[in-house]
Design a protein around this ligand. Sequence first.
Ligand code: FEO
Length: 400
Amino acid sequence: MTTKITPSVFAVGVLNPALRVFDIVMKTEFGTTYNAYLVKGSEKTALIETCHETFFDQFVENLNEVCKPAAIDYIILNHTEPDHSGALRRLAEICPNATIVASQAGSIYLKGITNNSALKIQVAKDGDSISLGNMTLNFISAPFLHWPDSMFTWLPEEKVIFTCDFLGAHYCEPYVFDYNTVYPQKYEQGFKAYYDAIFAPFKQYVLAGLAKIEKLPIDFLCTSHGPVLTKDGRLSYAKENYATWSAASANAKKKIPIFYTSAYGNTGKIAQAIAKGVREILPDAEVDIYDIIETDMHFLHNELAECTGFAIGTPTINRDAVPPCWELLSHIDAIGCQKKPCLAFGSYGWSGEGVPNLITRLQSLKLKVVGGGLKINFVPTPEDLEIARQQGAALAAVIQ
Ligand code: FEO
């Protein structure tokens, strides 16, 4: 099913209400949509984004409601992640006249995604434009929103901007416009979860992206997931929240969480001593101690992303750190956390591989590991706890 957004712009995307996990790690309890848009100019026709390859047949059905695929002159990919580019390989076969337009990075990614070196790809640089006759597509570079390839496409004649992931939400209702959303609270939940998972690691880029569209007189902001945002509907809500969430950490207090798991309380005691050392050096810092298995993992992921530095503690079981610690580190934002100060600690009984294994992982993520790891055999003595306090102070001194 398609929907007319303006006289020249049609929503031709598909719904995926059943999706419950996106990109392996993101829960999507409200499903998602793969939005795409057709822009019909007086001389040329452009398709903005495609969709996940699974929905190719339905997507082509939608396209056919508005125009024959062979009549498409341009396929614009503002971002080439396969939820938007997956259908391109097959689509190119039925759109023989189409030139594919992407950023420089996008053009490189598309070669690997489609394995089709014969694709006609035109690189769009910041400020470039394409005329469709009475309509113009203006390209605005918007890197890391959410890949290095990302850009926006602005259609000034109808005051429509296409931003792909930016300001989107994994949220599925069979209505295109934001003012028709039946469960707005669920949409808001999906919108925040999407920001947290996709954009929180790129806050400076989010602010740069907002600045680039700030002065545009937008009536419709067409994302590629969730409802179209309208001037009198959710557009301001979405932009203001992105601005708030992205600015929040800039002025925040230093935050140094201590994460740990502990079978018999020994690693927990070390955590307390490390926290004491941190607080001595940075008395104004937020130093919260979290038992990983007692705390919501999604919350901990955010703490890890937002913190100034951290410590992580594990016992050793089966010659390794324990699964909750690996689970926490598996969600670390490797770009945003690069060079973040951290230390690893833990009590062990036999061989004590848990701490060195965590350190190897932290170093491979290019974090700044303070010290060589604090391993304490069984129950920490007062002397051990003093060393732990000193290690906490050393961590704080690096952060200071
Ligand atoms: Fe919706 Fe980054 O892809």
